[in-house]
Design a protein around this ligand. Structure first.
Ligand SMILES: CC(C)(COP(=O)(O)OP(=O)(O)OC[C@H]1O[C@@H](n2cnc3c(N)ncnc32)[C@H](O)[C@@H]1OP(=O)(O)O)[C@@H](O)C(=O)NCCC(=O)NCCS
Length: 152
């Protein structure tokens, strides 16, 4: 089932979502962010724009965020709960973030992704992101390199 007919709604992340988002972050990443970090992103960081995907039962099944720094958008996180993957949820969240940022004057987008994370690279390539370089040993947990991607 695709996102449009799966009962999943994409909406702005609020401070009240921080706990659930942090739990999903922990399930998806080796270096998870704290609840406080997501509270800050939702309620205080003037550069941040975060979205969540909410399932029909009210649970948070995905989230994605961006920092808009003048005319550059830095995509900071994208994650979807395992049982909700391949339904177009990441694609929909990223499309919405890019549209919102573009509307507020952002002209170029960038992100870092693990060399081994082919699913995420495929999603980003679909949006026209291309490899621009590497950050060597960027990820502390295993010393993996990051690919830097840009979409102009
Ligand atoms: C990467 C991630 C966010 C993708 O979320 P998703 O909602 O499953 O992605 P979508 O359904 O929107 O996929 C869009 C397209 O990306 C590509 N894609 C996504 N996952 C893929 C996979 N596992 N293998 C191959 N292609 C994949 C496909 O082209 C897909 O379109 P299709 O299903 O019509 O073929 C998800 O796998 C995830 O949360 N991974 C763990 C966290 C993570 O690595 N985040 C990115 C950090 S940089």
């Amino acid at each position: 089932m695709k996102v449009n007919d799966s009962g999943v709604v994409i909406r702005k992340m609020t401070r009240e979502d921080a706990q659930a988002v942090a739990e999903l972050d922990k399930a998806c990443f080796a270096n998870p962010w704290s609840v406080g970090s997501f509270e800050y992103e939702a309620a205080e960081n003037p550069l941040a724009d975060y979205l969540v995907a909410q399932g029909g039962d009210g649970s948070i099944v995905g989230y994605a965020g961006i920092w808009n720094i003048i005319d550059e958008g830095h995509i900071t996180n994208v994650a979807v709960r395992t049982d909700f993957r391949r339904k177009g949820i990441a694609e929909k969240m990223i499309a919405e973030l890019i549209a919102r940022s573009s509307a507020s004057g952002v002209a170029r987008f960038t992100l870092e992704v693990r060399v081994s994370n082919e699913p995420a690279q495929k999603v980003y390539r679909k949006f026209g992101f291309t490899e621009a370089g590497y950050r060597r040993r960027f990820y502390e947990d295993n010393g993996e390199d990051a690919i830097i991607m840009w979409k102009e």
